[in-house]
Ligand binder design. Sequence first.
Ligand SMILES: NC(=O)c1ccc[n+]([C@@H]2O[C@H](COP(=O)([O-])OP(=O)(O)OC[C@H]3O[C@@H](n4cnc5c(N)ncnc54)[C@H](O)[C@@H]3O)[C@@H](O)[C@H]2O)c1
Length: 258
Amino acid sequence: MRDKQDLFNLKGKVAIVTGGASGIGKATAAILAQHGANIVIADIDIESAKKTAKEIGELGVKAIPISCNVLRDEDLVNLVETTVNELGGIHILINNAGGGGGGKENPFSTSLDNIRRDYEFNVFSGWRLCQLVVPHMQEAGYGSIVFTTSMSSINKSPNMSGYGGSKAAVNHTVANLAQDFGPVVRINAVGPGATRTEALESVLTPEIEEKMLAHTPIKRLGKVEDIAGAMLYFAAPISEWVSGQTLFVNGGGVQTLD
Ligand SMILES: NC(=O)c1ccc[n+]([C@@H]2O[C@H](COP(=O)([O-])OP(=O)(O)OC[C@H]3O[C@@H](n4cnc5c(N)ncnc54)[C@H](O)[C@@H]3O)[C@@H](O)[C@H]2O)c1
């Protein structure tokens, strides 16, 4: 039997969290730090990243902010180089920065550039970071990558083709990369349902929330900590035989914006 102390132990591991300054990324950075990981907060908003890294550092681990727009290749290369130089390696990557125009993607008024950006943001940036970090994980002998996908990857909704399509691509990209990255590196995805973050609050109305709860057996919307718990499961040794999977964390239901 494995020692229960080891199952969630991340002491000495180094984790990069993109979009780590706020929302789901910040909660994920915090729970990984609570389990001993040193953390890189990689975010386009460097002032928030600095603030979050300071808070996380108070948990007794090393936490550094790195300015990173995941849409810029030079930023991704710099993120990996700086992490290795400052923290000595990389064991965990949370590919969390993402988003797009979900709910506003009327195919007759949006542009192909907007749809292309969804794929750049949700799929290509994370794929490229995998390419950059996996050699370091192999060298370290431990690697776990987790993407933040979305329930929109399996829902069918109007005005969602770019965001939903790109998140669906995340799920299948993860399933395929798992074939390439074993045996040392595992890769999985967490698919949040509607989770209270700045991004969600900007589109949520009381009417939409009521409709969401009508289709949610656990009668509340998600908290960032709900999603972070699933991230921890995939990042930690407890899931050492789990790869290529997508886990939806959604109160058992479906919450859509329409
Ligand atoms: N909140 C939800 O209900 C929900 C549901 C499903 C999926 N998601 C997914 O969860 C992830 C995180 O979303 P959230 O709701 O926590 O968002 P959020 O807006 O609360 O936080 C996003 C963070 O990413 C940073 N960021 C934005 N653009 C960036 C870029 N180009 N490069 C680096 N950092 C960038 C922001 O500064 C911010 O700190 C996204 O991939 C999103 O698609 C969220």
